[in-house]
Design a protein. Structure first.
Length: 133
């Protein structure tokens, strides 16, 4: 089983259905499902987005929110000047996935669909000293 963190970028117009479909499609690309997801991450600018609120209300997976300045410090394979002009960072999905997963490499680079961008990273293994006893 792979512990997957989903990085999420989305437009204001993206619907809950758009977000679910984009995540489902991305997970299927790496032969994983929702049971493998251990975290979702995006920018603080989307904290109140209806689709993000819906994911948060589900409560099954922890959500992480990052400031654009923190996202901008992450080196990503596919930065976007257009996203940078709108979001204050050249990457939301890829950078958020990497930050939340404490990883340096993506399992799946950004996949863009109907107002939604998804990237997947494998969560770093927990240090043995942090494991429950």
């Amino acid at each position: 089983m792979t512990d997957v963190v989903v990085g999420l970028g989305l437009t204001r117009e993206a619907s809950v259905e758009d977000v679910w479909a984009a995540i489902d499609d991305a997970l299927s690309e790496i032969d994983c499902g929702w049971t493998d997801v251990v975290g979702l991450a995006t920018t603080v600018r989307r904290r109140d987005h209806p689709a993000v609120a819906h994911l948060a209300a589900d409560g099954a997976v922890p959500l992480s929110f990052f400031e654009p300045s923190d996202l901008a410090r992450v080196t990503v394979p596919n930065p976007s000047a257009a996203v940078g002009a709108r979001a204050g960072t050249t990457s939301v999905a890829e950078a958020a996935a990497l930050l939340a997963a404490h990883a340096e490499v993506l399992l799946l680079p950004k996949q863009t669909g109907a107002g939604v961008t998804v990237a997947l990273a494998e969560a770093a293994p927990r240090h043995p000293s942090s494991a429950p006893r």
